[in-house]
Ligand binder design. Structure first.
Ligand SMILES: Nc1ncnc2c1ncn2[C@@H]1O[C@H](COP(=O)(O)OP(=O)(O)OP(=O)(O)O)[C@@H](O)[C@H]1O
Ligand SMILES: [Mg+2]
Length: 564
């Protein structure tokens, strides 16, 4: 359906940045420099903008409707999303909201293939299809000011996520649709039921069972010589992923695809495709928990090499939902395997995996919440002396919440705000940089953001070439060089994200996109050709080598990021 993907002039899209139609603006008015709301009697009273106890009132469009909410719950691979999408396909207009770009891509592809024209809107992509009444979006891009016949919010249990949960809460409370389908883990049911008590919506739960059995094995893998085609080894650090890939490939019987979070999403998809393709020789997967969502994988057996992971704060054991989500990827309906199996590398890990698979996920008790820009702005008008960092901190520490909610963790935003507050920018621009998809734990990505913000504050326009110096972008030869290329990809991705929000100031979207594509091709080249396969291992002539595709003179045009 490629011909359907005609790009139209982009309409401004609403996202998490602003949630109100002009006509729905909150009744705040400026009077003598002080913000006061006007009650129906016209009497002005002081407002406490940190009172977030009634978040359902932030969404007037949704509140005008009595929505039919259908919660599809069950284990992984039980057909929840499939059934919700069937309803979306047959609706007159609708939106799919997923937690990952990969999921939005899949749904847009599926609907367009089913002759239901569907736009794709993520932070970094706008592909609009002529005549489309449907959209597939990442949850942060959900528009809470439009009316839909049908909406789907996927992986709804993420409303309990400490950093991104608030975007799911916003979508649940704010999407204005006749039918709202929520898909995910049963652990979210009581909370959603509680949250929706005040909205006047109708509510129904539909339970699902796994489409194919999942069998926890009684014996561990023991040795890598027992690896078989269709196996997926799970580990949680990049270093271990490459070490295991090397170890398995050195056995001379298998080649490994890899999937982990910091690989570009398009690379993850292509690695998954290669693993799924029976004619490819990459028949084993080494992956992190990034396989838990968004990729269709023909895995026959999940093997946990460890049950410990570093989560950015501490080195800890996997939780029950994490074990279930990862293990559940084995035995996908429609793959060539009649059921899925789960085991561990070491015998001592088996009891935990068995008990996790036997236990229900703990009930999710509270949903994430965070003020949108309008509330932050109102608050800043009352406290003009406060920096964005101070405002965010104030909300994080003092916001008043009802028992069903927690305030989202905004540590990453605070790190960005600490830098951005130094620059002569307005609050809106500062907030924009704070919610951008920068990886604050990646030094190169963070430096990229800082440089973009500085150049924007200084010149009002940021040319991509300003932060590139001439050089050659090469196929990485070591995992360290690979990591650097992954980071450069993140910086380019960030440029594209900014270009959709500050179009005139970040005019080089096309260049950034093409460089991004080149980065992911070079990364894939490394993964396919310069992995640790034995010299006599069979190398796939599947694709023309990049080195031959990009003659040196063409590669001259590729530039490295300056100051990195
Ligand atoms: N009734 C069906 N007919 C054909 N294919 C189906 C059907 N139900 C599910 N599938 C396919 O089975 C696979 C798993 O279904 P689906 O993705 O809906 O499961 P899920 O419960 O949402 O799992 P996840 O935990 O991955 O979100 C998908 O590839 C889907 O297209
Ligand atoms: Mg699903």
């Amino acid at each position: 359906m490629a011909s359907l993907f005609l790009r139209r002039r982009l309409s401004p899209s609403r996202s998490i940045l602003s949630d109100y139609r002009e006509s729905d603006r909150l009744p705040w008015r400026l009077k003598f420099g002080t913000l006061r709301p006007f009650s129906s009697s016209g009497v002005a009273t002081q407002v406490d903008f940190t009172d977030l106890t009634q978040p359902h009132t932030w969404y007037p469009c949704a509140r005008r409707k009595s929505r039919n909410v259908i919660l599809h719950v069950g284990p992984t691979n039980s057909g929840k999303t499939h059934h919700a999408l069937k309803q979306l396909e047959s609706s007159s207009s609708g939106v799919y909201c997923g937690p990952l770009r990969l999921l939005a891509w899949e749904v847009a592809k599926r609907l367009n293939k089913a002759k239901v024209p569907c736009d794709l809107i993520t932070g970094q992509e706008r592909e609009e299809v002529d005549g489309a009444q449907h959209k597939a979006v990442t949850v942060e891009m959900a528009d809470v000011t439009s009316d839909y016949d049908c909406a789907v919010i996927d992986e709804i249990q993420m409303l309990g996520c400490r950093t991104r949960g608030f975007s799911f809460t916003r979508a649940i409370l704010g999407i204005s649709a006749n039918e709202l389908h929520l898909c995910g883990d049963a652990a979210a049911v009581p909370l959603i039921q509680e949250i929706l008590k005040v909205t006047g919506d109708n509510f129904k739960v539909q339970h699902y069972d796994r489409l194919l059995p999942l069998v926890p094995l009684k014996v561990p893998l023991g040795s890598f010589s027992n690896i078989e085609t269709g196996d997926c080894i799970v580990t949680f650090s990049r270093r271990m992923i490459y070490r295991l890939k090397k170890q398995i490939e050195n056995g001379g019987k298998h080649l490994c695809s890899v999937v982990y979070g910091s690989l570009p999403p398009e690379t993850r998809t292509r690695q998954a495709t290669m693993f799924n393709d029976a004619s490819s020789e990459f028949d084993v997967l080494v992956a992190s928990d990034a396989i838990g969502m968004g990729l269709n994988l023909n895995i026959s057996r999940i093997i946990f090499s460890t049950l410990m992971k570093f989560d950015g704060v501490e080195h800890r054991q996997l939780t029950i939902p994490e074990i279930k989500q990862i293990a559940g990827r084995a035995g996908r309906y429609g793959s060539k395997f009649p059921f899925g199996e789960v085991t561990c590398l070491d015998r001592e890990d088996l009891p935990l995996v068995h008990s996790a698979l036997d236990s229900p996920s703990p009930i999710i008790e509270r949903a994430g919440l965070f003020p949108n820009f309008d509330l932050l702005y109102m608050f800043s008008r009352l406290h003009p002396e406060k920096s964005l960092h101070q405002i965010l901190e104030h909300f994080a520490e003092n916001a008043k919440l009802s028992a069903n909610y927690f305030i989202a963790n905004c540590e990453d935003m605070l790190k960005v705000a600490a830098i951005i507050d130094e620059l002569p920018l307005g609050l809106h621009d500062k907030f924009l940089f704070c919610i951008s998809p920068v990886d604050v734990n990646d030094e190169i990505s963070f430096q990229g953001l800082t440089q973009f913000a500085q150049n924007y504050a200084k010149n009002g326009i940021v040319r991509l070439r300003e932060i590139f110096t001439p050089g050659t972008l090469q196929v990485p030869k070591t995992p360290t060089a690979l990591q650097e290329l992954e980071s450069i990809h993140k910086v380019l991705d960030l440029y594209v994200w900014l270009s959709f929000r500050l179009e005139d100031s970040f005019p080089d979207r096309e260049l950034a996109s093409s460089q991004k594509a080149l980065c992911s091709m070079l990364i894939e080249e490394f993964l396919e050709r310069f992995g640790w396969q034995k010299p006599n291992a069979r190398i796939l002539p599947r694709r023309t080598s990049l080195s031959s595709m990009f003659a040196p003179d063409v590669r001259q045009h590729v530039k490295f990021l300056k100051n990195i």
